[in-house]
Design a protein around this ligand. Structure first.
Ligand SMILES: Nc1ncnc2c1ncn2[C@@H]1O[C@H](COP(=O)(O)OP(=O)(O)OP(=O)(O)O)[C@@H](O)[C@H]1O
Length: 741
């Protein structure tokens, strides 16, 4: 096969488990056949990016890894990306001990994967001289072929001809594609969905909406802006819409009164920011230049001086994207493996029995589960509390209050071992010149506390701040909001829409509840007195879907939610006409399940926008593969969504079938939602934190649907989860026998 030229971002996207055939359905990736090599780039890649050249002389079937590593493609690709990141960091390359590296001049050899069974396979890689530290993956060695690096250096083949020209063409073409998408001109077949009918605002004007909203929504829209307001309601109750209408109302009022008003709408993702922006545009009130709509992280990187003029070469880890999360998870697994082979011995006797069992387990699945829990602990507990390694950091961590959703750590030693691993993890990020979004926000906070910002905020700050999906913001992110206001003499006026049940990592709920437990906590938060409004009617979905969602709600383990956060689901009603009952389709095998899904796509595609939501992202690889197969049939528009980054906002919304892990569908809606990858959540077998997370994702997936819901399960993966069995028993789900092959 011809050589492949690619980048870290592209490899990370592939390392989520994206099937090679699904590349063409990804709005993030772009393939180009050059004169002598193939090029695979990510939409965010620029011309001066570090390049990764993969020589594929011996490849016959596999496109992204050597044929003999096909079974471990995900692991292998992830390590390739991790190596390239380390190569481009300043200073000498630091690889984890477990990689067993050799070096000779610019050549490095290291194990291609962490799996012990195949460790004998090593990469021979070269880091090319120059600013960008391009990396060439020359070949792999195994027991039959083991040249020394010295020998290899002498016999090394030349670089592929024209590779730099092929690279440049690919980047130019990729940029053209994005530009086309931004102009909303799909380059392929046009589809016949009517965008306005499908949108949140149904094509109605602002006036029409004011006449339609419920009394609850109206009270919020017309409420005084003298105080901050918390708007709570279940999924689909019209929170986003009410926020949008209130923002418009305040702008129009200020115009009438001849006041200068600056309004900020903060979201968690670009896709929702784009959707709100489209809603504003479609309401027939012309240009609203007073309103800015951005994801919070975007604001952080545009006003934080460290990032505006950043020359350190550090880049932000995409930990809001699935690929970023997966890359961190792989890194934590490496850190864990190194730790267990080394320092663990000094901690072993002190930690609790249950944690010890997790560290000493030799099952690969247990190791992954532990890495996953650590990822949540590092990001949502330690990072969210802005604790970074350094003097006094461990003591602060030891004193943090623990909540039920967190990793159960029973004694001081458990916490210490966790903090030790956290420090190692942060060191490994440093070795790759990576920053987390928590670090960016913590830096932003310190900037916001300076006199310089205190002066700047008078012009750059905002009078009113609207926050959608507030439940997705970490405590750290929430603190940032206060400083974005313009007038320092009054409390910031923040209007937050939230539904704590939709917090997929389940991570922020505990903190949020802690913060609200004492009534003075909110004023300490810097918001002064906060008024509560509650929405009790859902407008998105039918009473049948609401019935199923209420059932899921009642399955949630007790979260100790502060009273102010819990929504009384008993009183919630749907304003939609009745629709078909949600269905559960049970197949005998994975293959059968996939057939069932394909059949459903054929049947439902003509009815409007469809989503296939994957509840447990560990099943993502399988469904991304299915997505590509459906896409390749040529009859359907399929796009995959696996992150919150900007480019996804471009292409997918007008497309027919959107496939993605449930958490990335937050804030969006579809005519029909097909739900798959629902794992066993049995109380006795699933820790509370895991169960909460999965139920939250299931709730999120189901609540994206307007008309129909179909849930797919198969016997290979354990059949129906108990929560679904009970829904069938209670009549909220109708069971159909799916394919029995
Ligand atoms: N009063 C209303 N009458 C009719 N339709 C409404 C009303 N309020 C909202 N809707 C519609 O209900 C749907 C859901 O609204 P919206 O997205 O604002 O809900 P949400 O509470 O933000 O949901 P989620 O939390 O799940 O993102 C939209 O299609 C919107 O147009």
């Amino acid at each position: 096969m011809r050589p492949l030229i690619t980048t870290v971002r592209s490899l990370k996207e592939l390392a989520t488990g994206l099937s090679p055939d699904a590349v063409s359905a990804s709005p993030l990736l772009f393939e180009h056949a050059g004169t002598h090599s193939d090029v695979l780039v990510n939409a965010d890649d620029k011309l001066d990016e570090q390049r990764i050249v993969l020589m594929r002389d011996t490849n016959t079937s596999e496109r992204h890894v050597p044929d003999n590593l096909a079974d471990l493609r995900r692991d292998v690709i992830s390590r390739m990306a991790s190596f390239a990141e380390r190569a481009r960091a300043h200073g000498p390359i630091v690889l984890p001990r477990g990689w067993h590296q050799y070096k000779h001049n610019n050549l490095v050899a290291f194990f291609a994967t962490s799996r012990r069974t195949v460790q004998a396979i090593r990469w021979i890689v070269e880091v090319l001289p120059g600013e960008r530290s391009d990396v060439v993956f020359w070949t792999t060695t195994d027991s039959d072929y083991q040249p020394s690096l010295e020998e290899f250096e002498v016999a090394k083949p030349p670089m592929p001809p024209n590779w730099e020209a092929d690279w440049k063409t690919a980047i130019d073409k990729g940029a053209e594609r994005i530009e086309r998408a931004q102009r909303n001109q799909p380059s392929d077949v046009e589809i016949s969905l009517e965008p306005l009918e499908q949108s949140t605002t149904k094509g109605w004007t602002y006036q029409q909406w004011l006449e339609t909203v419920t009394d609850d929504q109206r009270s919020f829209i017309e409420a005084s802006t003298a105080k901050s307001i918390r708007l709570r309601g279940p999924a689909g109750s019209g929170k986003t819409l009410a926020l949008t209408l209130k923002a418009i109302r305040e702008v129009l009022k200020a115009r009438e009164d001849d006041l200068d008003l600056r309004v900020l709408v903060v979201t968690h993702s670009w896709s929702l920011a784009t959707e709100i922006s489209d809603s504003l545009d479609s309401m027939g009130i012309g240009n609203l230049s007073e309103v800015d709509i951005f994801p919070l992280l975007e604001i952080a990187t545009t006003i934080s001086p460290q990032y505006v003029n950043d020359s350190s070469g550090f880049s932000l880890i995409g930990n809001d994207s699935f690929s970023g999360k997966q890359a961190q998870l792989d890194e934590i697994r490496d850190v864990l493996d190194d730790f267990i082979a080394g320092d663990w011995i000094t901690f072993e006797s002190g930690v609790s029995e249950s944690l010890r069992a997790r560290f000493t387990s030799t099952t690969a699945d247990d190791r992954v589960a532990l890495a996953w829990d650590l990822l949540v602990e590092f990001g949502s507990v330690i990072g969210a509390a802005a604790i970074f390694p350094g003097a006094g950091a461990e003591a602060r961590y030891l004193n943090l209050p623990r909540a039920s959703w967190m990793l159960p750590l029973q004694c001081r030693n458990d916490l210490q071992v966790t903090f030790h691993l956290y420090t190692k993890f942060m060191d490994s990020l440093d070795a790759r010149s990576l920053l987390t979004s928590d670090q960016v926000l913590a830096d932003l906070l310190s900037h916001l506390e300076t006199h310089a910002w205190n002066r700047a905020r008078r012009t750059q700050g905002y009078d009113l701040i609207f926050v959608d999906e507030f439940h997705l913001f970490s405590p750290l992110e929430r603190q940032v909001l206060h400083y974005l206001s313009r007038d320092v003499s009054v409390y910031p006026r923040v209007f937050m829409a939230l539904d704590p049940r939709q917090s997929p990592s389940a991570a922020f709920i505990g903190f949020a509840a802690d913060a609200t437990r004492s009534s003075s906590a909110l004023s300490e938060d810097g918001l002064g007195d906060v008024t509560n409004f509650e929405l009790t009617a859902v407008h998105r979905f039918t009473p049948q879907i609401l019935g199923l969602i209420k059932h899921i709600h009642h399955e949630f383990p007790t979260l100790d939610l502060g009273q102010e956060w819990d929504i009384n689901f008993g009183t919630v009603e749907s304003t939609q006409d009745p629709g078909p009952p949600p269905r559960l389709i049970t197949a005998a095998s994975r293959m059968g399940e996939e057939d069932d899904i394909v059949r459903a796509v054929h049947e439902l595609y003509p009815t409007g926008r469809l989503a296939l939501a994957i509840v447990d992202s560990r099943h993502w690889w399988r469904f991304s593969d299915l997505a590509s197969r459906i896409g390749h049939s040529g009859r359907f528009h399929v796009s995959t969504i696996s992150g919150r980054s900007d480019v996804e906002g471009l292409g997918y919304r007008r497309r027919g079938l959107v496939v993605g892990p449930a958490e990335y569908l937050a804030g969006l809606q579809f005519g029909t939602v097909l739900v798959a990858g629902v794992p066993d959540m049995e109380v006795n077998r699933t820790p509370t934190n895991e169960r909460t997370r999965l139920l939250s994702l299931l709730y999120l997936a189901l609540s994206r649907a307007q008309q129909q819901v179909r849930v797919f399960v198969n016997d290979d993966d354990g059949g129906m989860a108990d929560v679904l069995v009970r829904a069938v028993t209670n009549g909220q789900l109708v069971r159909d026998r799916g394919s029995q092959v």
